[in-house]
Design a protein. Structure first.
Length: 460
């Protein structure tokens, strides 16, 4: 919540998800202006389960509602793991497991970067893993099945749960679950997402394109490509580090394999590292693997040594990840720039259409129709950053902030276009497109253009 107050959240992605949940709360399809004109967000990633947050948002229409809900969901994932820990290592030792999970870098990284649908998957998978640990196969499938409605790649995780059940318990149930997971992901990626995407394809499919000239060449290079560059190998080690690497001794660790494989095979460098939300779904798997190993350990001294190592690793990693921001003075300091931004944003009336800088967008999405300034994406194509002429702005208001302070996980810098291009577009808005200067405070510019006579009202 404090990060949002400091305007460190972004239109991409908090604003996007708020527009979707707001639409659900208003009983509309999740059309998200930030993602493109008439863009149904179910054509970007398949996450209809996001609609369960709509009643809460209807009561408290704010981006903070999504941030609090996400934190609650991530915390809820600890409950089944702690229950398992009490059985496996005893009530006192269970505190070490709870602390290891709650302070793990994967959970902290997810909580520190806006909101994402994978938060819904964390408690579901944690409950499924606990059921696997108790050999309650049907319960494990029941908890894991909704993963298909959280994100299209999680059908592969459901398939991994099924493979584990087939290996350890009911072969028929396990194989049926694995088949359902694979077919579900295939249906979503090949049929549903292209049908809902305005470009007729899967927006993120190109990230898995082969980097080599032929299929045979790609297959030959695949083992090395999964570990190159070194960042990938570092991430793979850090994923299991919170368990002192003990989770690798459990077959439950294989449930992390689908997520790790698609991330390491991706051409998107963000997928390779430890930032953002991509590792949140892996933390329940890692701690379930730890508990599986400790539950089979007969020597109490070995259990105590393992948990002490878990806490030591947690303490060592803590300063390098977002929870360390709680101890930084800048986190608790409100600058003059922030006060100026709030003053200007307050001058924009509710219900207006606004083109805003990325970090100003989520400050407005609960009460306005917001798009990015300058125009992005163009034609609904997410990974195309134009350097030529951009479409003319059409919103009533433009609010632009040239300041881009460091805000984890981003360093200083401007997105999606360089500052020079943004300033050029801002000047063109006044010179060419009829916008008038309303106010300028501490570098932040607020422009307004009255609707042309007879123009239709703005679309929601």
């Amino acid at each position: 919540m404090r990060r949002h107050q400091l305007m460190r959240t972004t239109g991409y992605d908090l604003g996007i998800f708020e527009q979707a949940v707001r639409a659900y709360a208003e009983l509309r399809a999740p059309v998200v202006p930030l993602r493109g004109e008439d863009f149904n967000l179910l054509g970007d990633h398949f996450h209809p389960l996001l609609a369960v947050l709509a009643p809460l948002y209807r009561l408290f229409p704010s981006p903070l509602t999504l941030l609090v809900a996400q934190s609650a969901l991530l915390a809820l994932g600890a409950v089944p793991l702690i229950r398992w820990a009490v059985r496996a290592v005893g009530p006192r030792a269970a505190h070490a497991v709870a602390a290891g999970y709650g302070l793990s870098w994967g959970i902290a990284s997810a909580a520190a970067f806006d909101f994402h649908e994978v938060a819904l998957a964390v408690p579901l998978l944690a409950c499924s893993l606990e059921a696997l640990g108790r050999r309650r196969w049907r319960a494990a499938v029941a908890w894991a099945a909704p993963l298909l409605l959280v994100k299209e790649d999680l059908g592969l995780t459901l398939a991994a749960v099924g493979a584990y059940i087939a290996f350890k318990g009911s072969r028929r149930l396990g194989l049926a679950t694995a088949a359902a997971g694979l077919l579900g992901s295939a249906l979503e990626i090949k049929v549903l997402l292209p049908a809902l995407d305005p470009t007729g394809g899967y927006a993120h499919g190109g990230q898995l394109a082969a980097a080599h000239g032929s299929l045979l060449s790609a297959l030959a290079h695949a083992p090395l490509d999964l570990l190159r560059p070194d960042l990938k190998a570092t991430t793979l080690i850090l994923v299991f580090a919170p368990s002192a690497l003990l989770a690798l001794r459990s077959p439950l660790a294989l449930i992390a394999l689908p997520t790790l494989l698609w991330r390491m095979a991706s051409e998107n460098v963000f997928h390779w590292g430890t930032a953002f939300h991509y590792s949140a779904i892996l933390m329940p798997v890692v701690f379930a693997g730890l508990l599986d190993v400790l539950g089979r350990e007969r020597d109490p001294r070995h259990v105590r040594a393992a948990l002490a190592t878990v806490l030591a690793v947690t303490a060592v990693l803590l300063p390098s990840f977002p929870l360390a921001q709680l101890a930084q003075r800048a986190t608790w300091h409100t600058t003059a720039h922030l006060r100026a931004a709030r003053e200007l944003l307050a001058r924009i009336p509710d219900g207006a259409t606004v083109a805003a800088s990325n970090r100003l967008a989520p400050q407005l999405t609960s009460r306005c129709t917001v798009v990015l300034f300058p125009t992005f994406p163009v034609g609904g194509r997410l990974y195309e950053y134009r350097r030529g002429n951009l479409p003319a702005p059409t919103a009533e208001w433009i609010v632009h902030d040239p300041e881009a302070p460091e805000a984890w996980p981003y360093r200083r810098g401007h997105w999606p276009y360089p500052l020079e291009q943004q300033l050029t577009e801002l000047a063109a808005a006044r010179r060419t497109y009829g916008y008038e200067l309303v106010a300028r405070r501490d570098g932040i510019t607020l422009l307004h253009r009255k609707a042309a006579p007879g123009a239709p009202p703005p679309r929601p």
